[in-house]
Write a protein that binds this ligand. Structure first.
Ligand code: AMP
Length: 393
C-alpha cells in the first residue's frame, strides 16, 4: 500500500479523508479518539508544507442536509487539538468549498461539511467524486472506519487524484494483518455482541487462525440452543441454529459460556441470578456470562500471546449486567501486561476498556468496528483496494 511517507507534499493542496464519525450528545463530542487518531497524518502534512482540505461523514443523514449531523463541532475540537485555526465550509462541494480551498495557504486547514449530505457520497458517484477531487492535488485516505464501504470519498475519488494511505490507515491494516498472518501463539479471539449473523464469517475465518475462539454475548445463546441446551427467553437467532451447529461440529476450538448471569427483565436495577451450568430456566433471560465462564476466559487469556476482542459479553450498557465484559477487559489488560499483543475493536468493547480504565493497557484499539470485522473476515476492503489501483503521483 502506498503511504504518505514519500509523497511530495510541499505547497500542495491535499484532500484527506478522515474518520470524524464521533459520538455527540447535545452537540458536544463525547469521545474524540477518532479526531486524535487523525493528528499524526495531519501534522506530517502540515510540517511538510501542505494545505489540508479534510472531508468526513457523521452519522446517517441519508443524502440530505441535516444540521444534527453537522461536522462543525469536529472543526472546533480539531482546532483545540492542533492549537491552530481550522476553517469550515458549509458544504463539501460547490462554490463555498471551492473558494475556501483555493484560498488556503501552506499550513492552513479547512474541514468540509458532512459528505453524506450529498446522495452521491454513498452511491460512489463519479461526478460527485470528481467535484470533491477538484479541490485538491493529492488524496490521502486515513478513514480506516470507512474503508469497508465503496463510497465516493473512499473509492471513486482515487480515479481523479494521486492517492496514498495515511498513518492511521497504515497502522490499522498492519496491526490487523498481524492477527491473520503468523500471530504469536497461542492466539485467542474473544467475540461477543448481539448477532451471530453479523459475526459468523469472522468466527469462521478466525477459527482457522486462532487457537481458541471464545464466544460470548447474545451470540452464545444461538450456539447453545443448537446443542439442545435450554436458553429460557434469551436473545436467539432461530434461523442461524443450523449454521451454529455446523460450525460447532467442524471447528473444535470454539469455547461457549459454561454459566450465565440471568434476569427476568432487561432494565436497570433488575434482580440478577447466576446459573449453575450452561442451561437457563424458562422465563429467565441470559444477560451476561457467569463467574465460571469469566474464570475460564481469564485462564485462556492469561496464557495467550496474541489476543483479539470484539463485542461485549453481556448487556454491558446496564451496570448490573456488565461484570463479564468488565472482567474480560481486565483479563485482556493483564495478559497484555504479561507480554501479549492485544487488539480491541468495535465500539462497545472499546467503550468497555475505556470505561474500565484499561485503554492504556491494550496494545491496539481499533478505530473501525465494521471495517476491522470485515478485514478479519478476510475481505478486501474497497477503500484499500482503491488505493492500490489509484493514479500515481
Ligand atoms: P454488536 O453490535 O453485535 O457488537 O452487539 C453489541 C450489543 O450486544 C450491545 O448493545 C449489547 O447490549 C448486546 N448484547 C450483549 N450480550 C447480550 C445479551 N446477552 N442479550 C442481549 N443483548 C446482548
Amino acid at each position: 500500500m502506498r503511504t504518505i511517507r514519500n509523497l511530495p507534499l510541499q505547497g500542495k493542496k491535499v484532500l484527506v479523508r478522515v474518520d470524524y464519525n464521533v459520538p455527540l450528545k447535545d452537540g458536544d463530542i463525547t469521545d474524540d479518539t477518532r479526531i486524535r487518531e487523525s493528528l499524526p497524518t495531519l501534522e506530517h502534512c502540515l510540517k511538510a508544507g501542505a494545505s489540508l482540505i479534510l472531508c468526513a461523514h457523521l452519522g446517517r443523514p441519508k443524502g440530505a442536509v441535516n444540521p444534527k449531523y453537522s461536522l462543525r463541532p469536529a472543526a472546533a475540537r480539531l482546532s483545540e487539538l492542533l492549537k491552530k485555526p481550522v476553517a469550515f465550509a458549509n458544504d463539501c462541494v460547490g462554490p463555498e468549498a471551492k473558494s475556501k480551498a483555493a484560498a488556503l495557504k501552506p499550513g492552513e486547514i479547512l474541514l468540509l461539511e458532512n459528505l453524506r449530505f450529498h446522495p452521491g457520497e454513498e452511491k460512489n458517484d463519479e461526478s460527485f467524486a470528481k467535484e470533491l477531487a477538484s479541490l485538491a492535488q493529492i488524496f490521502i485516505q486515513d478513514a480506516f472506519g470507512a474503508v469497508h464501504r465503496a463510497h465516493a470519498s473512499t473509492s471513486a475519488v482515487t480515479q481523479f487524484l494521486p492517492a496514498a494511505a495515511g498513518f492511521l490507515l497504515e497502522k490499522e491494516i498492519s496491526t490487523l494483518s498481524r492477527l491473520l498472518k503468523g500471530p504469536a501463539r497461542p492466539f485467542v479471539a474473544v467475540l461477543g455482541g448481539a448477532k451471530v449473523s453479523d459475526k459468523i464469517k469472522v468466527i469462521e475465518n478466525l477459527s482457522k487462525t486462532a487457537d481458541s475462539v471464545v464466544i460470548g454475548g447474545a451470540m452464545a445463546y444461538t450456539f447453545l440452543k443448537s446443542q439442545g441446551i435450554s436458553i429460557g427467553k434469551s436473545l436467539v437467532e432461530d434461523d442461524k441454529t443450523d449454521l451454529a451447529k455446523e460450525i460447532l461440529s467442524s471447528k473444535k476450538n470454539l469455547m461457549l459460556p459454561v454459566d450465565h448471569r440471568v434476569a427476568q427483565k432487561i432494565e436497570k436495577g433488575a434482580q440478577v441470578q447466576e446459573t449453575k451450568g450452561p442451561s437457563i430456566e424458562p422465563d429467565w433471560i441470559g444477560v451476561d456470562v457467569g463467574p465460571k465462564t469469566s474464570e475460564k476466559i481469564s485462564a485462556v487469556l492469561s496464557g495467550a500471546k496474541t489476543i483479539l476482542w470484539n463485542g461485549p459479553l453481556g448487556i454491558f450498557e446496564i451496570p448490573g449486567f456488565a461484570k463479564g465484559t468488565t472482567d474480560c477487559a481486565a483479563s485482556v489488560a493483564d495478559a497484555t501486561a504479561k507480554g501479549a499483543f492485544s487488539v480491541v475493536g468495535g465500539g462497545d468493547s472499546v467503550a468497555a476498556v475505556t470505561q474500565g480504565g484499561f485503554a492504556k493497557s491494550i496494545s491496539h484499539i481499533s478505530t473501525g468496528g465494521g471495517a476491522s470485522l470485515e478485514f478479519l473476515e478476510g475481505k478486501v476492503l474497497p477503500g484499500v483496494a482503491a488505493l492500490e489501483g489509484a493514479v500515481h503521483v
